[in-house]
Design a protein around this ligand. Structure first.
Ligand code: ATR
Length: 276
């Protein structure tokens, strides 16, 4: 049988919910661009059924998975081996299935860095960076953000303890501090919203003088309309205020590279997904 006649290699994203996921469209565009013979589905998984769903996918010949909410921690625990960034993030968004077992990686942080640094021209090296939020999204981004060498990285969270603990867990990787919102003072050049507040139409209580001149605001969440945090940035003098659509595409591109060894072009895919 020639390669063209062989069944396509199988990939999928697992989540709950997963119906809204743009990943099949993104990977479909990557595959078309690069001529890779593959299919990419979305699989809705029961809250307690992650390991079983992965085993089933593997038995059916699946070669790789993306993992989204709420299974990134389950994937971290299930993987037989992990990249260093996934180990530190305690979360896995990309699984490679092979005879050697399940390899887990986390491409969220590098996706964020590439979108900020390369697509938007925001330097992270030497910058004063603030992460708002101390949950899974913040933790996932930290290894790659710190690798860029910011002058200082502060984590602010509604529950101050969680920010302090997260900062302590990364203290060996840079100048990382944590605290609550009331102690927050201004002068940040890059502010990243990693809270889920926007999903409930809410905004963390940020002080009016938070941003340095020319600052960038980045919302890890994306939406068809400007998010509450993007609007906050625009209203408070940010030079750039964008949502996380580019991060979504960049993390997918890194997953695609891990699976297929090819780097897709992200710019046309981001353009295609952005509502007119
Ligand atoms: P995720 O994986 O999206 O990070 P998570 O681990 O549940 O989800 O973390 C959610 C983050 O959003 C936390 O930092 C949470 O703050 P707390 O740790 O204090 O709960 C933050 N968050 C959620 N809703 C918020 C709101 N209305 N205002 C401020 N922060 C909020």
């Amino acid at each position: 049988m020639s390669a063209a006649e062989a069944a396509p290699d199988r990939y999928a994203v697992m989540g709950n919910p997963v119906a809204h996921s743009k990943s099949p469209r993104i990977h479909g565009m990557f595959a078309e661009q690069s001529g890779e013979h593959m299919v990419y589905e979305k699989i809705l998984v029961a809250e307690d059924g992650f390991a079983e769903a992965v085993a089933e996918f593997e038995a059916a010949g699946g070669m790789g998975l993306n993992v989204t909410v709420p299974f990134k921690g389950d994937a971290w625990a299930l993987a037989d081996s992990l990249s260093e960034r996934a180990e530190r993030a305690r979360a896995v968004n990309t699984l490679i299935i092979s005879d050697a077992g399940l390899y887990g990686d986390n491409t969220d942080g590098i996706g964020l860095v590439r979108d900020l640094r390369d697509n938007h021209g925001v330097p992270l090296a030497g910058a004063r960076v603030l992460i708002v939020g101390a949950g899974g999204a913040a933790r996932g981004a930290l290894p790659s953000l710190l690798e860029e060498g910011p002058a200082a990285l502060h984590i602010a969270n509604r529950t101050a303890d969680k920010a302090e603990q997260l900062a302590a867990a990364f203290a060996d990787a840079g100048t990382v501090t944590g605290g609550g919102y009331d102690a927050l003072t201004g002068g940040f050049e890059v502010v990243i919203n990693a809270t889920s507040a926007g999903l409930h139409g809410e905004l963390p209580p940020l002080p009016d003088d938070l941003l340095a001149e020319g600052a960038a605001c980045y919302d890890m969440v994306y939406a068809d309309e400007p998010t509450a945090f993007v609007r906050w940035g625009r209203d408070h003098g940010a030079a750039l205020a964008v949502d996380g659509l580019g991060m979504l595409v960049e993390q997918a591109a890194e997953s695609f590279f891990l699976w297929r060894g090819k780097r897709p072009e992200t710019a046309p895919v981001i353009r295609a997904l952005r509502p007119a």
